[in-house]
Design a protein around this ligand. Structure first.
Ligand code: SAM
Ligand code: SF4
Ligand code: SF4
Length: 335
């Protein structure tokens, strides 16, 4: 097993299958930047399903056990079920999941399950239509996402995780409503601190609602206690309701970074490998694949990148103000 320069193994691979999205969440793809004139990747620039399968298999040989499909909006990629089928057949994959905005989930959940997907994470930032529509910025209603979550649960893509990014002055008042709605359903809400990913969302530290504040506000209405992580390197801190109505997670990437256990690699839709969410440069795997690289050459390329990795952006950010180059966008690299 290859360890990076800080002794971290490689366990997780997040695969972005498209940089396109049908939402324009203000914290991720603000309309002013991702407007009509924005140039998304052309079809031939995207890795094909066969190319993704080859890269994923190489990562599994390098120690990856969890694969997550993301984007952009992964359910916009045509034939995504076929890719899931290919990835599910790779020996050694223990967890095959997908993160989605939920807009197409009600329709696609049965096919995703049948193709071999294990679970889904669905993003939903408020239970209030006015707030949610302003955040997705395309007027998409809450109910359609809820229908997607229920469709996923009913076909067994469980436990469904629900991601809520909390932004000060925008949706912080929705935190307790989210907790209330999903308590007792078996779905796990994960409250995420708003991060300074990319360079287009105008992030300011003042906009971040800390995990501590989030837990305190839920705890006032629904008392909570911390519980142990499921495994080393789990990004969410877990809490359970004292009355037994389930659990929540809090992802404190800004106020309590977890780089020390970070075992995640990310591959963009055009096949660039990034070893940190805040990276400025990636390694071009598409060139290797299309240049006829053998499996052994792919394995060597992964080992070479991972053994040189020393990323710990979030830890450095909180100990000093860092000025790095232009970071890649979340919609490009996937969450
Ligand atoms: N479109 C899909 C979705 O929204 O679930 C998958 C891609 S999206 C980039 C993955 C996750 O990143 C989502 O849960 C989203 O809320 C989160 N995200 C995007 N920008 C973020 C930011 N600035 N801070 C924290 N989380 C963010
Ligand atoms: Fe699209 Fe997801 Fe980004 Fe929202 S968070 S704009 S749904 S990629
Ligand atoms: Fe991992 Fe980079 Fe996030 Fe740290 S900042 S947890 S190294 S992705």
């Amino acid at each position: 097993m290859t360890l990076d320069r800080l002794g971290r193994p490689l366990h997780d691979l997040r695969i972005s299958v498209t940089d396109r999205c049908n939402f324009r969440c203000t914290y991720c793809m603000p309309k002013e930047i991702f407007g009509r004139d924005f140039e998304f990747m052309r079809r031939e620039e995207l890795l094909s399903f066969e190319e993704i399968e080859r890269v994923a298999a190489a990562f599994v040989r390098a120690g990856v056990q969890k694969l997550r499909l993301t984007g952009g909006e992964p359910l916009l990629r045509k034939g995504i079920e076929d890719l899931i089928g290919l990835l599910g057949r790779i020996e050694g994959v223990e967890d095959l999941t997908l993160t989605t905005n939920g807009s197409l989930l009600a329709r696609k959940a049965p096919a995703l399950k049948a193709a071999g997907l294990d679970r889904v994470t669905v993003s939903l930032d408020s239970m209030d239509d006015t707030v949610f529509m302003a955040m997705n910025d395309v007027g998409f209603p809450v109910q359609n996402v809820l229908d997607g979550i229920e469709a996923a649960a009913s076909v067994g893509l469980t436990p469904v995780k629900v991601n809520m990014v909390v932004k000060r002055g925008v949706n912080e008042t929705s935190v307790v409503d989210m907790a209330r709605h999903f308590r007792g359903t078996g779905h796990i809400v994960r409250f995420i601190e708003y991060m300074d990913v990319g360079s287009t969302n105008g992030w300011r530290l003042d906009d971040v609602v800390s995990g501590k504040e989030i837990v305190a506000s839920i705890n006032r209405t629904f008392p909570l206690e911390p519980i142990d992580p499921n495994y080393l390197g789990e990004v969410a801190q877990r809490y359970r309701y004292l009355d037994g109505e389930g659990e929540i997670g809090v992802i404190t990437s800004v106020t309590q970074p977890f780089c020390g256990d970070c075992s995640r690699a990310r591959i963009s839709a055009e096949g660039k490998l990034y070893t940190c969410l805040f990276a400025t440069h990636g390694t071009d795997f598409r060139q290797l694949l299309r240049g006829g690289a053998t499996d052994a050459e792919l394995d060597a390329a992964i080992a070479s990148v991972w053994s040189r990795r020393d990323d710990r952006y979030s830890e450095i950010r909180t100990s000093q103000t860092v000025e790095i180059g232009r970071k890649v966008e979340m919609s490009y690299i996937g969450g």
